[in-house]
Design a protein. Structure first.
Length: 314
């Protein structure tokens, strides 16, 4: 690789995601589940700045610049692992410091850690002038975690297998959402899946896996193509929602009140506990955001789809 004319810092922005649809199959022998999901990248971003360093280090702060308790700063950090992966791939012998500003909630079901990893892949490739191809970055992303490839891709996409086999979903119409970032800490994805398995073992017919492999409801894709939030509202589904609500009963109470403040529908984002409420348009979303904030919730109006991890020029 050539290190000529490479920048001394690179800033990359990567979006969080919402699972508009998540069909979870039965647990497999290896403890994992096959899924069929529809992802949408939304305008809540992680910002990562990569600068040259002697070693591989990372700092993580929230939007105000305050440190975030509980986020690992060693090789358990997915972004740091991504940086080391790029260095091995291209034979880079130096290090890098990653400074991450997080807006996506930690352990919130929106893929914030995956967005950090995708941003690190893109940033290190640019910082070191590696010139890795998109397929090469996608392959590395798939080794880091199921949600990382989508964080690179962005937009709207169907994910199958473990969620990392992606195909773009047609349609670029804007959808407006209001996120409620739940207080009381995040939810562990493995714990939510384990709770789903426990509920299914109790023979809950409403959340039982179907006998055939997981698949996406065509109505979701039709809604994305047509740009109809009303149609999309009828098809939103998350098989992890009941498990998340069992672990956090406060989530169910707010979801049940979605219509009271004008949302077309609401669902748990991924493994939770972040909630996503679909609005008819931007004006309706602003009203919902205001009402939820007045109720004491941390609410945020976002829209999607947006692009995946990309280098920022400013």
């Amino acid at each position: 690789m050539s290190l000529s004319a490479v920048p001394d810092r690179v800033r990359v922005r990567a979006p969080g995601k919402i699972n508009l649809f998540l069909d979870v199959g039965s647990v497999q022998d290896d403890g994992y589940h096959d899924v069929a999901s529809v992802y949408q990248a939304v305008s809540l971003y992680e910002d990562l700045v990569a600068t040259p360093a002697d070693d591989f280090t990372v700092s993580v702060r929230d939007e105000t610049g305050a440190p975030i308790p509980g986020v690992p700063l060693d090789d358990r950090n997915l972004a740091l692992r991504a940086a080391r992966m790029v260095a091995r791939e291209v034979g880079y012998l130096g290090g890098v410091h990653l400074d991450i500003r997080k807006a996506v909630p930690v352990a919130g079901g929106m893929g914030g850690g995956s967005a950090d990893a995708a941003a690190a892949l893109v940033a290190c490739d640019a910082l070191w002038g590696a010139g890795l191809t998109s397929p090469a970055l996608q392959e590395m992303a798939s080794r880091l975690g199921a949600d990382v490839p989508f964080s690179l891709m962005g937009g709207s996409a169907v994910g199958t297998g473990r969620g990392d086999r992606l195909s773009p979903a047609l349609g670029r119409a804007r959808f407006d959402w209001v996120l409620v970032i739940a207080d009381g800490g995040g939810l562990s994805t493995p714990e939510v899946y384990a709770e789903l398995d426990r509920l299914r073992a109790d023979r809950r017919p409403d959340i039982a896996p179907r006998p055939e492999p997981p698949e996406v409801d065509p109505v979701v894709l039709q809604a994305l193509r047509s740009g109809s939030p009303d149609l999309l509202a009828t098809a939103l589904r998350n098989d992890l929602q009941e498990a998340a609500c069992e672990l956090r009963p406060d989530l169910r109470e707010l979801l049940d009140r979605a219509g009271e403040f004008g949302a077309l529908a609401g669902l748990v984002s991924g493994s939770g506990p972040t909630l996503a409420f679909l609005a008819a348009d931007a004006t309706a979303a602003q009203s919902i955001e205001h009402d939820l904030s007045a109720m004491g919730h941390r609410a945020r109006h976002v829209s999607g789809p947006v692009t995946g991890a990309k280098v920022m020029t400013r």
